[in-house]
Each structure stands twice: as structure tokens, then as C-alpha cells.
Design a protein around this ligand. Structure first.
Ligand SMILES: Cc1cc2nc3c(=O)[nH]c(=O)nc-3n(C[C@H](O)[C@H](O)[C@H](O)COP(=O)(O)O)c2cc1C
Length: 196
């Protein structure tokens, strides 16, 4: 894995699903962009909440059509495979109940879920769910979270706002960024120790 290559910044693939919290995707992109090379992916539903013009100018936002339109004939590159290879780390924030269920069931019917299905799980993949309290408390959620944990996906837990009455609120973008930075720091320390 290239994450601790001093020659270049980490390659982070940020992805958003169709949740209200996707309005914070802008802030997430700006935060990661300060220290990483970032590419972005949005589901069709996520586009409803994202103002593309507000993303950092150098971040390309890929959508489902890009996966299809980049391919013309046998031998051409397949975008979702290319993005898997490019990325050192993937972060899905927000993760919707729908995409959580699809990942848990191995479904891949759009760009985001094709990337997750083709992901090399020796590289980290973080998810930050965001959903209505009742959706979060639905028994499917726990079952799906167990499945994604089995895959090796790391959960960034939603926050509780207003006590037990309201959970399922996506972790703050600064917390998500700090979680990934902490991971990288731990990897760097491990590498240093193994080289001593
Ligand atoms: C206004 C609005 C807000 C929504 N907010 C959420 C949400 O916060 N979390 C969630 O899991 N689904 C939410 N949904 C439902 C998803 O958008 C829907 O399940 C969609 O199919 C998700 O697609 P995706 O997983 O491909 O992004 C919302 C739908 C609407 C219309």
C-alpha cells in the first residue's frame, strides 16, 4: 500500500450517498483536500444534495454515467476498476441505509457499489452512515453492519444528537478526516517500528 509513501500525498476516494448529510460532502472534500489527493464519487440520489460547484476545483466528481461512457470497446479501461487501483483509501460519507444494504448483500448496480465490490480489502475502506433514527434502529442495520464488518470495512459511528431520541446523525466531517489521519499515523509508526 502506498499510503505512507513520502513521495506523494495519499490518494483518497470520497463517496457520497443520497442522505441529507450529503450537504456536508463539500466540507468533507475541502477537509481532505488540505492533505490528500482526492477524487469523488456520488450516487444518483447524492447529486440531489451536492452542489458540484462548491467542491474544490481540482476534485473530479464521478457519477454513474462516467462508468458507462468511459468504455467503448474491449481493451478500454473500466472506470470503477481504475478508481479502485488509484485509491489508497476509500471513505463513504454519508453512507445511506440503501447502499449499506447493497454492500452487505454484495450488490453492485452503480459506480459506488461496483467500486466497493471490486475493492482490494488489504486497503482500508471507511463508512460513515447517516440516517433517520428509526432507519438506524431497524434490525436490518445491525445485520448489515455485521456483514460489512466481516468484509473488513471500518465503521465511523454516527453521532447521537438530542440524546437517545435522535441517533443516526453522520459523524462530523472533521471527525471523519481525523479518523483517517489517525489511521495513517498509526500505519506510519508501525512501518517505522518494523524498519528499526
Ligand atoms: C429528502 C430525502 C432525504 C433522505 N435522507 C436519507 C438519509 O439521511 N439517510 C438514508 O439512508 N436515506 C435517505 N433518503 C433515502 C435515500 O435517498 C434513498 O434510499 C436512495 O435510494 C439512496 O440511494 P443511494 O444509496 O444510491 O444513494 C432520503 C431521501 C430523501 C428524498
Amino acid at each position: 500500500m502506498q499510503v505512507n509513501n513520502p513521495q506523494r500525498k495519499p490518494h483518497i476516494l470520497l463517496a457520497a450517498c443520497g442522505c441529507v448529510a450529503a450537504v456536508k460532502f463539500r466540507s468533507l472534500c475541502h477537509g481532505f483536500y488540505e492533505w490528500a489527493e482526492v477524487r469523488a464519487v456520488a450516487t444518483r440520489a447524492a447529486l440531489f444534495f451536492i452542489d458540484r460547484a462548491s467542491l474544490p476545483k481540482n476534485i473530479f466528481l464521478y457519477v454513474d454515467d462516467d462508468d458507462w461512457l468511459n468504455w467503448r470497446k474491449i481493451g478500454d479501461n473500466v472506470l470503477h476498476i481504475q478508481l479502485c487501483s488509484w485509491a489508497d483509501i476509500m471513505v463513504i460519507a454519508p453512507l445511506s441505509a440503501n447502499t449499506l444494504g447493497k454492500i452487505a448483500g454484495g450488490l453492485c448496480d452503480n459506480l459506488l457499489t461496483c467500486i466497493v465490490r471490486a475493492w482490494d480489502y488489504s486497503k482500508p475502506l471507511f463508512v460513515a452512515p447517516a440516517m433517520n433514527t428509526l432507519m438506524w434502529k431497524n434490525s436490518f442495520t445491525e445485520r448489515h453492519l455485521v456483514s460489512v464488518d466481516d468484509l473488513g470495512i471500518t465503521l465511523i459511528r454516527p453521532e447521537t444528537s438530542g440524546g437517545e431520541q435522535c441517533n443516526g446523525v453522520m459523524a462530523e466531517p472533521s471527525h471523519i478526516s481525523a479518523t483517517v489521519i489517525l489511521y495513517l499515523e498509526l500505519q506510519r509508526k508501525k512501518q517505522e517500528t518494523s524498519e528499526q
